[in-house]
Design a protein around this ligand. Structure first.
Ligand code: PMP
Length: 440
């Protein structure tokens, strides 16, 4: 494929989370994808080091998914999601229930991670009200947490850039401190040893606000988008214990960690901690069709799904909740995950992955490396006076040399499709290392 005659005009598409003017001066356009590789519009092969945006867990170009979506669209393209249903949404929820994180087998469909988060927060508020705790309206997130871009998600989220231009946001939110402490934990293999006591921040917020004002606390078990921040040993268990003791719901945002990223189907199994609600998206449909799903405990579900016969129980939902095409993509994706063992495959590659990525330790400017399952964060020292510049330069250099990586500030993230072969792991880590060295 060549860029020449069909090159698109770039002005009108206002790109999300992108420096538009800079991008349009030197665009990076991906025109095709198969397996572990993208093809750029000028015909170069680019190794996908990030499963798209952490979503293409089964690799690109899966015919079964395309076929299932096509067939579904021909059979039933759309049906109202309110007060009517269609069989495939029930089938998909049933199958998801069989692998539900922490046994949370009541499934609410959304169209994205952001919608899953806002849905989970609203369910938490409605639940507290339903069980006679209407004063519990506070939502607690964490610094450096990323929970999408809805008003709920940015309010509990902990990224300054995502919040500061959008006004006062939701009232009554507060944040735990983040757990990232390179001074104590740099280059640790496995989970950080130090920092479990940071979970006691929830006690601090309980003391400050009163437990009877707090509905829920939401965290990513492993913070992905903000630079692959791993929970210290014992941290999530402690958070669970404190939340339970104070009647606060615990929400895990598994939009990234769900569907095999850590080597278990969900982070709930990896950490053996059972939250009350789990948010997912991304790997749910292998990224092929936008979709999210919120998993709730029966206790939460049953508290809300009651009341007078014939009355709507939860005034919430989307035109495209459980869209037939998305459900078809999801069912085909689950079938691939099952057949190829992808939900646990990362576990068998994790040791190789960790060894390979930690091999970058001696490169210039590498100040920390973190890995878990098939995720890695490689933190670089910021250029003086220009935080994020080094990371961005490495990202561009990687792309120009045939590797797709993610960059957050000066942290490079890798999270390849779960079909990755050991030789491809070695290749992508080498390519990243070469870029880091070149940019230095
Ligand atoms: N939560 C987490 C943990 C995420 O990583 C993301 C996306 N990276 C979201 C929510 C938002 O998902 P979406 O972009 O699909 O709205």
């Amino acid at each position: 494929m060549t860029a020449s005659t069909n090159a698109p005009k770039l002005d009108r598409y206002w790109m999300p989370f992108t420096a538009n003017r800079q991008f349009k001066a030197t665009p990076r356009l991906l025109a095709g994808a198969e397996g572990m590789y993208y093809t750029s519009d000028d015909g170069r092969r680019i190794l996908d080091g990030t499963a798209g945006l952490w979503c293409v867990n089964a690799g690109h170009g899966r015919r079964e998914i395309a076929d299932a979506v096509g067939q579904q669209l021909r059979e039933l393209d759309y049906a109202p999601s309110f007060q009517m249903g269609h069989p495939i949404a029930f089938r998909f929820a049933e199958e998801l229930g069989d692998i539900a994180p922490g046994g949370l087998d009541r499934v609410f469909f959304t169209n994205s991670g952001s919608e899953s988060v806002d849905t989970a927060l609203k369910i938490a508020l409605a639940y507290q009200k339903a069980i006679g705790q209407p004063g519990r309206t506070r939502l607690i997130g964490r610094e450096r947490g990323y929970h999408g871009v809805g008003f709920g998600g940015i309010s509990v989220g902990g990224l300054v850039n995502n919040r500061r231009t959008f006004g006062p946001l939701l009232p009554g939110t507060d944040h735990l401190r983040h757990t990232h402490d390179p001074a104590k934990n740099a280059f640790t293999k496995g989970l950080p040893q130090h920092g479990a006591e940071l979970a006691d921040d929830l006690e601090r917020l309980v003391a400050l606000h009163g437990a009877d004002t707090i509905a829920a606390v939401i965290v990513e078990p492993v913070a992905g988008s903000t630079g692959v921040l791993l929970p210290p040993v014992g941290y999530l268990e402690r958070l669970r214990e404190i939340a339970t003791r104070h009647g606060i719901l615990l929400i895990f945002d598994e939009v990234i960690t769900g569907f095999g990223r850590l080597g278990t189907p969900f982070a709930t199994e990896y950490f053996r901690v059972k939250p009350d609600i789990v948010t997912t998206a991304k790997g749910l449909t292998n990224g092929a069709i936008p979709m999210g799903a919120v998993f709730a405990s029966r206790e939460v579900h049953d508290a809300l799904v009651q009341g007078p016969e014939g009355m709507i129980e939860l005034f919430h939902g989307y035109t495209y909740s459980g869209h037939p095409a998305a459900c078809a993509a999801g069912l085909a994706t689950l079938e691939i995950y099952r057949r190829e063992g992808l939900l646990t495959r990362a576990a068998s590659l994790a040791a190789h992955w960790e060894e390979a990525v930690h091999g970058l330790k001696s490169l210039p400017n590498v100040i920390d490396i973190r890995t878990i399952g098939l995720v890695a964060g490689v933190e670089l020292a910021p250029r003086e006076g220009a935080p994020g510049k080094r990371g961005y330069d490495v990202f561009v250099d990687c792309f120009n040399h045939g590797l797709g990586v993610r960059v957050t500030g000066d942290i490079m993230a890798l999270s390849p499709p779960l079909i990755v072969e050991p030789a491809q792991i070695d290749a992508m880590v080498n390519m990243l290392g070469e870029s880091i060295a070149r940019v230095a």
